[in-house]
Design a protein around this ligand. Structure first.
Ligand SMILES: [Fe+2]
Length: 276
């Protein structure tokens, strides 16, 4: 089984470019399951029901989010009913939605996806280690699920790496999101869990983390404070990780970075690594 994990979609143009390429990527690498973080997809802040539907129709199976999950309030009734759109499991509120899902694929594979939020350098959430432990008490690889994928959304590499090593050998992959910068540390940890500090952004890299450069500079230099920033939308790049899962253990056998599009040096893995 092969899984495609895509980093934060930023702005509606990222959806357009993903829709243009997703089917070809899935065929080329024989992808069985697609997850993407999309908490910055609606004008850079949050996600709407229409965009969620659009992504699901394009072939995304599960959408994860993070600190911007509630930026578009119209998502609240939608997330209450559509469990394929996740909120972080350790968000400390009683809001609608779920922080994990056991997703069954067309080929009857059960994939547990867990969405978590970091605490370092971010608004405080519940303890993410406790949060994931409570879920992991109920799920064991190859006992009641075929793969476990975790989106760890946050700033600090230390917190993400601690989580990945805490779960090494118990989950298929721990992949970071939120910084919008792809890190070149994708690897398989000693006990079989794939790990990357950040999958990177699906968006325009001629920007500051996906937003218009001039507005970001104004925010830092001319008008210190906060003004909303529109997504940059001229260039297009898809960033993510492709993970091949051992059928017998549910752990990772191959993990390769995918970078496709403008600005960044492209990384196009050899499809032979993922075909039987
Ligand atoms: Fe974020």
């Amino acid at each position: 089984m092969n899984i495609l994990f895509l980093g934060d979609l930023v702005g509606e143009n990222s959806v357009y470019f993903l829709k243009k390429n997703l089917r070809n990527i899935c065929v080329k690498y024989d992808i069985n399951f697609v997850i993407t973080n999309a908490e910055n997809v609606a004008e850079g802040y949050g996600i709407t029901p229409d965009i969620s539907n659009n992504l699901f129709e394009a072939g995304v199976n599960v959408i994860s989010t993070g600190n911007h999950v509630w930026d578009k309030v119209e998502i609240i009734p939608y997330i209450a009913k559509n469990y394929n759109l996740l909120k972080p499991n350790n968000l400390n509120n009683q809001s609608a939605g779920q922080g994990f899902i056991l997703y069954e694929t067309k080929t009857n594979k059960k994939i547990l996806v867990i969405n978590l939020l970091c605490n370092l350098f971010m608004r405080k959430s519940d303890n993410l280690f406790e949060s994931v432990k409570n879920i992991m008490n109920k799920y064991i690889l190859k006992k009641n699920c075929d793969a476990i994928i975790i989106d760890i959304h946050g700033e600090a590499a230390s917190e993400k790496q601690a989580l990945a090593n805490y779960l090494d050998g118990k989950v298929t992959a721990v992949i970071g999101t939120h910084t919008h910068v792809p890190t070149s540390d994708l690897r398989i940890l000693p006990y079989g869990t794939a790990y990357q500090t950040d999958a990177g952004m699906c968006g325009d890299y001629d920007s500051v983390i996906g937003g218009e450069k001039s507005k970001w500079i104004e925010n830092f230099v001319e008008k210190p404070g906060f003004q909303k920033i529109k997504p940059a939308s001229i260039n297009h790049t898809i960033c993510g990780a492709i993970i091949k899962v051992y059928e017998d253990t549910g752990l990772s056998s191959v993990a390769k970075q995918l970078i496709l599009g403008d600005i960044l040096e492209n990384k196009i893995p050899d499809e032979k690594l993922f075909l039987k």
